[in-house]
Design a protein around this ligand. Structure first.
Ligand code: ZN
Length: 416
């Protein structure tokens, strides 16, 4: 087993670990550990909300989740000799839920969850259609996930980290804050908000305290979006065997991350749409000196997808176009609207088999579905498609002359 360079006791909050992690991006958060290029390392992670969500049948915890302390990240890990302009090479050797634990109150201890955030607290891709909070608990059986809240499906997870990245330079952080504040200023009262500005509440910055911690709270970037340092990509293909090339913006690179996912569909559409868990991830780290300029990797990481993932060979695919069907209004090459419609078409179809809309929405967020940008040039309608693997269902989900087999599919967890 590689050296465990960041340890998490799942019985304690990230705040109470011997070396705490952090929940903002900021160059002044001190490294928890320094490792050499060429090292194999293990990083242990808390579930991204610091385990606010329970293994129960109510979605009240999702409705009321406090997002000011998210994402709880492990790190930063300094890499000896890394300098701005280098590429940090990160191989994902292995990852999974909390090892050897088939029970416990923290996500990752034999179970995980998918949540639909309420429109008032987080929102999601289909928040206008699904404004309330819902939840599904998933039980892990080796690599297989099943849910008492979504019976009739069983699938192999596409296990990956939702979020890893390097620390921003002071200059890069300042640019993020400027441009995100400018976006927020276009509609400051919007629900859900257009972006999340720095927030002093619940800030955690490793071992920093006092005025140094307050300074991170005032300027540190929130961890929700992907940015030039990597961050919350939620790319399901960061599976075992992946190699990611992260731009280095500060001395030591300062790699941090977490938000491990047992599985996720492309788009992570419910926002908390993966199967969320704590656990471990093993990396091999190395450097390409000066690699950013050598390979023109200046704004975002590049990566080679993993070679260990579930194999599904048959899909039922749903198409969406960039039209607002409620008002029959044409939008111009709007791929976001097109993918939203592909999702809504898939949900309407699954409802014919007895699932509720929220159950179908939770399934599309968490199962290994493929989302594709199919056409963005055929004016005015962008076209996107969603590929649903048919083998994840224990009934025949394909269309036929005999019609869908509707059954009592139970209920997902709802809020009171
Ligand atoms: Zn996540």
């Amino acid at each position: 087993m590689p050296d465990v360079v960041f340890t998490v006791d799942q019985a304690r909050s990230m705040r109470d670990q011997d070396v705490p992690g952090h929940n903002r991006w900021h160059p002044d958060i001190p490294p928890a550990v320094t490792v050499s290029p060429g090292s194999d390392i293990r990083v242990e992670c808390r579930e991204w909300t610091d385990a606010q969500i329970g293994n129960n049948d109510s979605a009240n915890d999702v409705r009321d989740v406090d997002l000011s302390g998210a994402h709880m990240l492990s790190g930063p890990i300094a890499i000896e000799g890394a300098e701005p302009g280098d590429l940090l090479v990160v191989d994902i050797l292995d990852l999974g839920p909390v090892p050897q634990q088939e029970g416990g109150p923290a996500p990752g201890q034999g179970w995980g969850y998918t949540g639909i955030f309420s429109k008032q607290n987080g929102g999601g891709f289909l928040t206008d259609q699904f404004p309330d909070a819902y939840k599904a608990i998933w039980d892990f059986h080796g690599q297989i996930a099943t849910s008492r809240h979504i019976p009739g499906v069983r699938y192999t997870g596409i296990t990956h980290p939702g979020l890893f990245g390097t620390a921003p330079s002071p200059e890069l952080l300042s640019r993020w804050n400027t441009r995100e504040r400018a976006l927020i200023a276009t509609d400051p009262d919007r629900v859900p908000p257009l972006a999340l500005p720095p927030l002093e509440d619940s800030v955690l910055a490793g071992t920093l305290s006092g005025e140094e911690l307050a300074a991170v709270g005032r300027d540190g970037a929130r961890t929700v979006p992907a940015r030039e340092n990597g961050g919350n990509h939620d790319i399901k293909n960061f599976t075992r065997g992946s190699r990611v090339f992260y731009p280095v913006h500060v001395p030591g690179a300062l790699l941090s991350g977490g938000d491990l996912h047992f599985s996720q569909g492309d788009g992570e559409i419910t926002f908390c749409g993966a199967i969320e868990m704590g656990g471990f991830i093993d990396f091999h780290v190395d450097l390409i000196k000066g690699g950013m300029a050598t390979y023109a990797v200046t704004t975002n990481p590049i990566f080679m997808p993993g070679n260990v993932e579930p194999r599904y060979s048959e899909f039922l695919s749903f198409i969406g176009i960039g039209v607002d069907h409620d008002s029959d209004t044409n939008l111009y090459n709007d791929a976001t609207q097109a993918y939203r419609n592909a999702c809504l078409n898939a949900i309407a179809y699954l409802e014919k088999f007895g699932y509720s809309g929220p159950q179908a929405y939770l399934l599309l967020g968490s199962a290994p579905i493929e989302g594709r940008v199919s056409g963005v040039v055929d004016i005015p309608n962008a076209c996107c498609s969603l590929y649903l693997p048919t083998a994840i269902f224990d009934f025949d989900v394909r269309p036929s002359a005999s019609g869908p087999v509707s059954a009592d599919r139970g209920s997902c967890a709802v809020s009171s």
